[in-house]
Design a protein around this ligand. Structure first.
Ligand code: NAD
Length: 451
């Protein structure tokens, strides 16, 4: 069956692809399995050189990759360029990490124990549609660095950059069969990878609901899993913060990528004493977000990914108290305006991941109340804290149950630092040296010194 890939900003088809079925998934796993002895035996220095070459190729083709990503996801081109820049950085980082991740020697009675970091084998990488190239690279980099071979399954809506990355892997000289890209339905080929006995691990990024299916499916073969799932993160604004800066930046912490961001700070918690003034400032700043044609250099927000997703986002707005609704093009494309809602933390809009340009503003009394509300969610991915009091910033950061926080800043995602969730936002860490733990097993070998 063919798959028609659309540009969400125009609704025009941009590619027709053949979809893989279960037999293709099996063939991809077989190729990856056959390539494993070859790739895992490549000397670390040589693996590093190949990853470095891949990073340089991504840099050289960055404009082409950014254009693909912008057209396929509807991302503003400036943001897409930034994301592809991060893809190159990720491959550079893991090229550097290949030969710095190794075991130890441990003195024990009667001899010594040596530990080794062994690759897992074939790993299945299942990624979502919101940051397709970026999230693929977060998994490809450490998986390849550790000597694993790969079946990468992009989302059905956005497979184009993954296909191009697969080609660049070959061009870089990574042997055939090491990276296999499988375009197909999650419920068919994704499911097959999860249940396949020759797949050692699934690294999944996507919704919490599908994450549950991944855990269930992996149980049959005791497969390793890491899960990067949904979020409902809080942007906590105290009355002693630089309110002008906090309000100016807040729209970009939730409306970037049209709110289709697992780290979106989709709840803004504001101390009651400054609530009204902050809301006014937030509305003014949101009015300035430039929504429109993603191919234009100064566009800041594009469309949603699909008509179906737009209908889901819209369904969250029934019966809520809307404080502001921005403008969006009325032409073809899955447009949705920036929307600010006043809410309590018990409202549906404050509890579920809307995954669109919609933010719930919620008042709080004091520090304890802020931490309580921030944590009153099944998720625990991200969040921001705005205050001029350094001790409070640290106390609140320690108090919030989330994996990735920022103080007086919108984002905390860096190539060098661990990324991942608490609670139902998943487990396992990507990026930084921590990611290597998820793509290797520790083996301990005791060597007797007696006799
Ligand atoms: P999704 O869960 O619908 O799909 C993710 C991937 O899983 C896709 O490749 C899809 O084809 C595949 N899939 C779907 N059903 C499957 C099944 N039964 N078996 C195996 N694979 C299956 O998510 P999405 O709509 O593509 O992405 C949005 C979600 O991803 C949001 O919840 C967002 O928060 C989350 N996300 C999380 C992170 C993170 O790092 N925590 C990053 C980006 C997105």
């Amino acid at each position: 069956m063919t798959l028609t890939v659309l540009n969400p900003a125009t609704e025009e088809p941009i590619a027709e692809l053949e979809q893989a079925g279960v037999e293709d998934a099996d063939a991809a796993v077989a190729r990856a399995k056959a390539a494993f002895p070859v790739w895992s035996a490549v000397a670390p220095g040589d693996r590093a050189r190949l990853l470095r070459r891949l990073a340089v190729l991504v840099e050289e083709r960055s404009e082409e990759l950014a254009q693909i990503e912008s057209r396929n996801v509807g991302k503003p081109i400036a943001g897409a360029r930034g994301e592809i820049g991060m893809v190159a950085q990720v491959f550079h980082f893991y090229a550097g990490a290949v030969d710095k991740h190794f075991g130890e020697t441990i003195p024990v009675a009667g001899g010594v124990a040596a530990t080794f970091r062994e690759p897992l084998g074939v790993v299945g990488l299942i990624v979502p549609w919101n940051f397709p190239a970026n999230i693929a690279s977060w998994k490809l980099g450490p998986a390849l660095a550790c000597g694993n071979t790969i079946v990468l399954k992009p989302a059905e809506l956005t497979p184009l950059s993954a296909i191009r990355l697969g080609e660049l892997c070959l061009e870089a000289g990574i042997p055939e069969g090491v990276v296999n890209v499988l375009v197909g339905k999650g419920s068919v080929v994704g499911k097959r990878l999860i249940e396949h006995s020759d797949v050692a691990k699934i690294a999944f990024t996507g919704s919490t609901d599908v994450g549950r299916l991944v855990m269930q499916g992996a149980a049959g073969t005791i497969k390793r899993v890491t899960l990067e799932l949904g979020g409902k993160s809080a942007n906590v604004v105290f009355d002693d913060a630089d309110l002008e800066r906090a309000a100016a930046q807040a729209p970009y912490s939730v409306f970037d990528n049209a709110g289709q961001d697992c780290c979106a700070r989709s709840r803004i918690l504001v101390q009651k004493s400054v609530y009204d003034g902050f809301l006014d400032r937030l509305i003014e700043a949101t009015r300035n977000v430039r929504v429109g044609d993603p191919s234009l250099e100064d566009t800041e927000m594009g469309p949603l990914i699909s008509a179906e997703h737009r209908a889901t986002v819209a369904s969250y707005l029934d019966g809520v108290s809307i404080a502001f609704r921005g403008e969006a093009p009325e032409s073809e494309g899955f447009w949705y305006p920036c929307t600010i809602v006043e809410a309590t933390n018990d409202d549906r809009i404050a509890r579920e991941e809307v995954f669109g340009p919609v933010v719930a503003v919620i008042p709080f009394e004091d520090e304890a109340d802020a931490v309580r509300i921030a944590n009153d969610t099944p998720y625990g991915l991200s969040g921001s804290i705005w205050t001029r009091d350094g001790s409070r910033a640290l106390r609140v950061a320690r108090g919030i149950e989330a994996g990735v926080l920022s103080v007086n800043a919108n984002t905390s995602v860096r190539v060098q630092t661990p990324f991942g969730g608490f609670k139902q936002s998943g487990f396992g860490r990507e990026l930084g040296m921590h990611a290597l733990e998820g793509y290797s097993e520790v083996k301990s070998v005791f060597i007797s010194t007696e006799g």
